[in-house]
Ligand binder design. Structure first.
Ligand code: GLA
Length: 356
């Protein structure tokens, strides 16, 4: 069911505005965005759709295909429910000069939540697009992304970077989005023509706001303070021994080397060198497992099986602690590799393929 049909059947009248936004898979560049670094995500076909109409009173009444029905007052404080996203979006759009009393809205989603595929950013971007349409507000995609990030920080409690919102708001199908998170400069690069990125869910989910994410962010901030740089983007491996705490040193090493890997991977993509791109994906996973400590036995199992099955590279994607693996494989071996992984990782399931 799409969000318009859900809206009509729930509220018994048609919505005034509808919009959708896609989830993303990050090909490489993990936990670099909040350190002003580099990332390389692309869109997935799964998306979130929102349909809405303005209300005269201050209520937000929502129906979600995933989270059910809920109703809150726009003025009341956040309560941990999915309508917090709507409170946040309305608040920031009001800051842009458009008054919103209340809203009726219906949400449908095909992005699996807690999978590292950015379902919350897709929800934020879809909501903001629909509200902009409703209020005839014309905002640049990067501005919409920045507001999405503010909602996450102020209304949801995750101190995320800007990658997911920028990917959802600005990326194109079949193109990797090279993003410099310091100045939001972007470049789109076509995906390999005879190789495919496949996304496999490991079978274990994670919750982004559970604290580990914010903990990593603090650790990297501490590392920048010790190294006396404004962010780890400006740090080099040569100075790592100035960090005496072993954990903080490992966190910094991941971010510094991951930024280097994004640069290399971007170059390899431009050169159509899938073999080398796969190698840096493998190095990235190793760094996330050893230094950033965000992998899990389930993710490592999918990664190992994928490589044994013939993937050129495999790595966890997104925040980690569960969720999905992205792998790069020769398109001709797609069915063989997929079958092998699903057979040997009984909890895993196929999510999508990203093609040229
Ligand atoms: C989550 C965050 C992003 C980014 C990734 C890790 O998806 O929302 O900002 O930090 O984790 O790369």
């Amino acid at each position: 069911m799409n969000s318009q049909t859900l809206f009509k059947s729930h509220f018994q009248y048609p919505p005034t505005s509808s919009a959708k936004a896609h989830g993303r898979v990050n090909l490489i560049g993990e936990h670099t965005d909040y350190n002003n670094g580099f990332v390389l995500p692309t869109l997935i076909e799964q998306n979130i759709e929102v349909s809405m109409s303005l209300r005269d009173d201050s209520k937000i009444k929502g129906i979600s295909s995933e989270f059910g029905e809920n109703s809150v007052d726009m003025e009341s404080s956040t309560d941990g429910s999915w309508l917090d996203f709507v409170r946040g979006a309305s608040y920031y759009i009001q800051n842009e000069g458009c008054k919103i009393n209340g809203l009726d809205l219906a949400v449908t989603s095909s992005v699996p939540a807690g999978s590292g595929l950015s379902s919350s950013a897709a929800f934020e971007i879809a909501l903001l697009r629909a509200i902009c349409h409703l209020t005839s507000l014309d905002l640049k995609p990067s501005k919409i992304a920045e507001i999405g990030q503010l909602i996450e920080h102020q209304y949801i409690g995750t101190q995320c970077g800007i990658m997911d919102q920028m990917a959802s708001a600005c990326a194109e199908f079949g193109q990797a989005l090279y993003l410099d998170c310091q100045n939001l400069n972007t470049e789109t690069i076509p995906i390999f023509s005879d190789h495919t990125f496949m996304v496999i869910h490991s079978g274990s989910t994670r919750k982004l706001s559970e604290g580990k994410y914010n903990e990593r962010k603090k650790e990297t901030e501490l590392a920048s303070e010790i190294l006396n740089v404004s962010s780890l983007r400006n740090a080099t491996k040569d100075n790592l021994e100035l960090i005496k705490d072993g954990i903080i040193q490992k966190r910094a090493r991941h971010v510094i080397t991951e930024n280097e890997r994004v640069q290399k991977a971007t170059q390899y993509l431009k050169e159509d060198n899938a073999l080398k791109f796969g190698n840096v994906m493998n190095e990235s996973h190793q760094s996330m497992d050893d230094d950033y400590e965000i992998s899990s036995p389930e993710l490592n199992h999918v990664v190992n099986v994928s490589r044994r099955a013939g993937a050129l590279g495999a790595r966890l994607t997104g925040a980690g602690f569960g969720g999905c693996v992205v792998l790069l494989l020769p398109s001709a071996k797609n069915d063989e590799i997929k079958e092998n992984i699903l057979k040997n990782c009984p909890h895993s399931y196929w999510v999508t393929n990203i093609k040229h």
